[in-house]
Design a protein around this ligand. Structure first.
Ligand code: BES
Ligand code: MN
Ligand code: ZN
Length: 504
């Protein structure tokens, strides 16, 4: 994985504040008339800049406020940025901290700084499970994530320039330096994972094909001794009875692939955690063709797969002492003379037959066989990740992933990991009342049915996951951005990584 930044702890920053040679010095300032020791030092050196700004009500240290001093007097830094952290007695929520981090990155980016030192004040957290280690990890992920640029296919002269290279961090904390460094490193690796997922998401469908996902997975595995990768082509899948998965790629010239990665960080017999990604490298809808508007966004239909490939690298890079299996079911969904038609019936690897009433409900078809395939690993839990339904956007919008599960403990663990990593999910029910929507006159089940589109899609998957604790993340709304910011978001790599970190 590509590292775009150097992020280090700078323990002596507090005492070297005035001497530190840097493009930008960023100081977290609390609100209120009595300044903390760090702000006092800065205020004195600059002949009262902080107090003056507060008096003029230009900058009072409210959460997320920012002020810029171009050539600060009495110090070696080229620029000084003041960032508000609220009253020192107040505890901060995750959203408050996001505001401060956004102000910091905006400041740094607008100044085109290369080298930056950030000095955080002592922090109190409004959520009991948050602490300094959590904050440093979060901050580090945030920074690495924010310096991402995608210009792989741009002419040299049009390439974006990322100025920021080096960030040095000081946090007023009682946590040991080693623990602080570990948190920074963990956070940065998760950020790199997000960026790896974004790179795959952003590549166009003519480049990022099932074969491309397979070769990317293979080369990722080569970088880590404990990471392995096996790829099955159409012939091998046919032998395993994966007609349901294969039916999706029938109209495409691109060969469908099943990618099976495994990471051995635990003992040989430790049951693995499995993650399974939907890897539709382009979803035209097939014979049930989608309308033309914004169809280009269906290149993002492999974001579940990207999150699996990236998370496997995060786990390997962090050397987590657990076993993890990552499976990607990949195909291109195209119309054509060999394409699957509405009404066609196919047999799944599990033996159940499926009446394909709508060829645009293809994600569940590739996942059905992949979810049957992972049974052989006797997994402790299985989480599938898929841009599965437009309906999840109607239910939860673009900020929250849909979570459905047959196991309350697993669901809670994932919701918790999502909250910790600011990669939120919300649970929807998959009660029996929804299951009958999948009844078919011509096969064991139909691939669509009912009004609750996100839930019935999960109900379909649940027919193949009865043998293990399973959860499904519908990331159709969260894995990519629309409009001006169009592109992969790197989600849900933070949630998945945090879930596995918590298990390690
Ligand atoms: N890949 C789409 C879901 C999707 C929609 C992802 C919008 C991102 C943004 C999926 O394959 C699909 O087409 N689902 C259909 C299901 C329907 C035919 C039951 C949908 O949501 O319309
Ligand atoms: Mn579709
Ligand atoms: Zn799709």
């Amino acid at each position: 994985m590509k590292k775009r930044l150097s992020i280090d702890l700078q323990q002596d920053l507090k005492k070297d504040l005035l001497k530190v040679k840097t493009d930008s010095l960023v100081i977290g300032v609390n609100e209120g008339r009595v300044l903390n020791p760090i702000s006092t030092k800065i205020d004195k050196a600059t002949k009262g800049v902080i107090k003056k700004l507060a008096k003029r009500k230009e900058f009072e240290g409210k959460v997320g406020q920012q002020a810029y001093i171009a050539s600060p007097e009495g110090m070696s830094a080229e620029r000084l940025y003041l960032i508000g952290f609220g009253k020192s007695k107040d505890s901060l929520s995750s959203e408050d901290l996001d505001k401060t981090l956004n102000s910091i990155i905006n400041s740094i980016k607008s100044s085109k700084s290369t080298k930056v030192s950030i000095c955080f004040p002592s922090l109190k957290y409004s959520n009991d499970s948050n602490n300094d280690s959590w904050f440093l990890q979060k901050m580090s992920t945030f920074l690495e994530n924010k310096v991402y640029t995608y210009d792989a296919k741009l002419n040299k002269k049009n390439k974006a320039i990322n100025h920021l290279r080096k960030v040095s961090v000081y946090l007023d904390s009682s946590l040991s330096a080693n623990k602080q460094r570990k948190a920074l490193k963990t956070g940065q690796v998760v950020g790199q994972g997000m960026n790896a997922a974004k790179d795959l998401a952003n590549l166009p469908g003519n480049i990022c094909t099932p074969s491309y996902l397979a070769s990317t997975s293979r080369s990722a595995a080569k970088k880590y001794a404990k990471l392995n990768c096996k790829v099955f082509g159409e012939k091998e899948m046919k032998k395993m009875g994966m007609d349901c998965l294969l039916s999706v790629g029938n109209g495409s010239a691109q060969e469908s692939k099943l990618i099976s990665m495994s990471y051995q960080g635990g003992k040989k017999d430790d049951q693995p955690y499995a993650i399974v990604g939907k890897g539709i490298t382009f979803d035209t809808g097939g014979i049930s063709l989608k309308p033309g508007a914004a169809m280009d966004e269906m290149k993002f239909d492999m974001c579940g797969a990207a999150s699996v490939i990236a998370t496997m690298q995060v786990v390997a890079e962090l050397k987590l002492p657990i076993n993890v299996v990552g499976v990607v079911a990949s195909a291109e969904n195209m119309p054509g003379s060999k394409a699957t038609k509405p009404g066609d019936v196919v047999k799944t690897m599990s033996g159940l037959t499926v009446e394909i009433l709508n060829t645009d409900a293809e994600g569940r078809l590739v996942l059905a066989d992949a979810l049957t395939y992972v049974k052989r690993f006797k997994p402790k839990s299985v989480v599938d990740i898929a841009t599965l339904t437009g309906a999840v956007i109607i239910a939860l919008g673009y900020s929250t992933s849909g979570l459905m599960s047959n196991d309350d403990k697993l669901a809670d663990d994932l919701l918790d990991a999502g909250q910790k990593s600011s990669d939120e999910a919300w649970r929807l029910p998959i009660w029996d009342v929804y299951q009958k929507d999948l009844d078919s006159n011509f096969a064991d089940i139909a691939n669509i049915g009912g009004r609750a589109g996100t839930i019935t899609a999960a109900c379909f998957l649940s027919r193949f996951t009865k043998d293990y604790p399973w959860a499904h993340l519908d990331v159709a709304g969260t894995a990519s951005y629309k409009g001006l910011a169009k592109g992969g978001s790197g989600r849900p790599v933070p949630l998945l990584s945090q879930y596995l970190i918590d298990k390690a």
